[in-house]
Design a protein around this ligand. Structure first.
Ligand SMILES: NC(=O)C1=CN([C@@H]2O[C@H](COP(=O)(O)OP(=O)(O)OC[C@H]3O[C@@H](n4cnc5c(N)ncnc54)[C@H](OP(=O)(O)O)[C@@H]3O)[C@@H](O)[C@H]2O)[C@@H](O)CC1
Ligand SMILES: Nc1ncnc2c1ncn2[C@@H]1O[C@H](COP(=O)(O)OP(=O)(O)O)[C@@H](O)[C@H]1O
Ligand SMILES: [K+]
Length: 503
């Protein structure tokens, strides 16, 4: 079987429907029947199992009635034959597998019976009795929420903290949206078949999938020819877009970022955006803020130029001098904030709009590819006039809606940030929960502003900014996630924009 995987296979993300439609044909092109594909799927999972636990370990294999369960029976037979202590559990121990099940699953189940592996009801499986649980309950065929006794079993399994190896998709995770349907298994490893499902990388998934292993079963490259991915994952460091600095460059070469924000009593967000823009390599950084904040902002970083603006007219010369704008950090929702926002929107300069800037944009939508919008789900809900829960229930569709409605370059932030832009639709599966602390968004806005100032096109600046911000968050939070601050990202951002790649 072919194992080397192309860059495109690592990037491309698909929906369950695409797998259901084309996996058989992809298998055929690779020279396999559906049954042979399933045998290969079971073997791939078994090979991963061998990496996690040694021969002799106690394993519970928990099977549903569909083909995900079928994969489970194949693993059970292989594991038993290899000398593992295998216990089999089934969602419906007495029933036959579904009619749509492939022959190898039926054969493997029969073989397990002949080998004396008695099937017990799934809800009798007490996780603590085992070294590893194999989740073969539901995969891409999950069609309704996991409820009742099964949901209770999933909750107990998750509480046990016994490692789980999930087949294809952790049971209860929607493979398209990454949402939990009722209750979902938390796995340490997920071995996913043929191609990546987009829902494995965003929404609730990052807390459920563990390490993801792609087993393309030799059919991946054929599958890619049959189905177009609507989304791709950023897998390559974007440093080449920025490149090394030219030896004879000067500060004017690297652009001038103007941060517009910091209404009365709110200097912090603009300070973070300002420092991020400086550390990300902007030639010059200015801040336009309420006059009451000039002293405190100027005292933070002597390299920045800080201007108090009482009235929008005072902004004009600053707007004319700027290569990029970052509008919104701490801007406020009062009359001063509104007038300042309006003055910024009157110029054509590329703008990163965040925080209160997004609040004002939602009141009076504007369409432009020179706008870079960086909403978190709450801000996205305001922009799309729905609620945060709607956004989280389908992050992919709402990211597309934002791009289509505002004609802007957008990122929908959160674990598995989604970028919908003139460069297409990209998912960034980097970052960490260490980044769930106030100020991280301000840091991102300043970083993107600096990349625009240094000459990247808006969509490139957005993609590279979100990627480096997430990687910086991972590095800053790696040893002690709690208490990680946006300020901790600044020296790491400096390294990343100079081509550093963390191990
Ligand atoms: N085809 C191939 O080549 C390959 C396929 N492969 C494998 O097949 C998997 C897909 O198999 P699948 O389509 O049979 O779906 P699967 O995930 O087993 O679930 C369907 C069953 O679950 C049931 N059900 C759903 N939700 C439920 C709920 N909440 N509560 C209770 N029941 C629920 C549903 O019931 P129904 O909706 O029919 O009433 C049906 O019985 C895929 O993920 C991969 O592992 C690999 O081997 C590679 C080769
Ligand atoms: N659990 C997580 N995993 C990955 N990235 C995260 C996580 N939590 C937060 N982030 C990232 O941190 C940033 C938070 O931004 P935001 O919510 O605007 O913060 P603030 O408004 O406090 O500055 C976003 O880029 C988001 O993607
Ligand atoms: K599963």
């Amino acid at each position: 079987m072919e194992t080397s995987q192309s860059i495109s296979l690592a990037q491309n993300l698909y929906c369950a429907e695409q797998l259901q439609r084309s996996e058989a044909r992809a298998g055929e092109l690779a020279g396999y029947s559906l049954g042979q594909l399933m045998s290969l799927a079971g073997r791939s999972v078994f090979e991963e199992l061998e990496r996690i636990v040694s021969v002799g370990a106690s394993i519970a294999i928990c099977c549903g009635e569909g083909n995900n369960g079928g994969d489970g029976y194949i693993v059970a037979r292989l594991a038993h034959q290899a000398g593992y202590k295998v216990s089999l559990y089934a969602l419906n121990a007495k029933a036959e597998l579904k009619q749509t099940s492939h022959e190898p699953a039926v054969q493997a189940r029969r073989a397990c019976r002949e080998l004396g592996l008695e099937e017990r009801p799934l809800t009798d499986c007490t996780a603590n009795d085992y070294d590893l649980i194999v989740d073969a309950v539901f995969g891409i065929g999950l069609s309704r929420p996991v409820e009742g006794a099964l949901a209770e079993w999933v909750r107990a399994l998750n509480k046990s903290r016994v490692p789980v190896l999930a087949i294809d998709v952790p049971t209860g995770i929607n493979a398209d949206s990454g949402c939990i349907m009722g209750e979902a298994i938390v796995a340490q490893v997920t071995v996913t078949m043929i191609a990546y499902k987009r829902g494995l990388f965003t929404g609730a998934s990052p807390g459920h999938v563990g390490r993801i292993v792609l087993a393309d079963l030799g059919a991946g490259k054929y599958f890619e020819r049959l189905e177009q991915p609507a989304w791709r994952r950023v897998t390559e460091n974007p440093y080449s877009w920025l490149g090394d600095r030219v030896a004879h460059s000067h500060k004017g070469t690297h652009g001038h970022v103007l941060i517009v924000g910091a209404g009365p009593g709110m200097p912090g967000a603009a300070i973070l955006a300002m420092v991020a823009a400086l550390r990300a390599g902007a030639g010059k950084v200015s801040v336009a803020c309420h006059p009451s904040n000039v002293g405190i902002i100027a005292s933070q970083q002597p390299e920045a130029m800080v201007h108090g603006v009482e009235a929008p007219e005072q902004l004009n010369h600053l707007l004319n001098a700027a290569t990029s704008l970052v509008v919104g950090p701490g801007l406020g929702r009062d009359e001063w904030g509104y007038k300042i926002y309006q003055a910024c929107m009157a110029v054509n300069t590329c703008k990163v709009i965040d925080a209160d800037g997004l609040y004002w944009l939602a009141q009076d939508p504007v369409h432009s590819s020179q706008l870079i919008l960086t909403p978190h789900p709450g801000e996205a809900a305001r922009l799309l006039k729905c609620n945060t829960r709607d956004i989280e229930a389908n992050r992919f569709e709402h990211a597309l809606s934002l791009h289509n409605q505002y004609h802007a370059q957008i990122v929908l932030k959160g674990a598995g940030s989604l970028i919908s832009s003139t460069r297409g639709n990209w998912l960034i599966d980097r970052g960490s929960p260490a980044m769930a602390s106030g100020g991280m968004g301000d840091c991102l806005a300043g970083l993107i502003g600096a990349l625009v100032a240094q000459g990247l096109a808006p969509a490139q600046a957005l993609t590279a900014g979100v990627y480096w911000h997430a990687v910086a968050g991972e590095v800053a939070g790696s040893k002690a996630p709690r208490g990680t601050l946006a300020s901790d990202l600044m020296p790491i951002i400096r390294k990343l924009v100079n081509g550093w790649i963390p191990e």
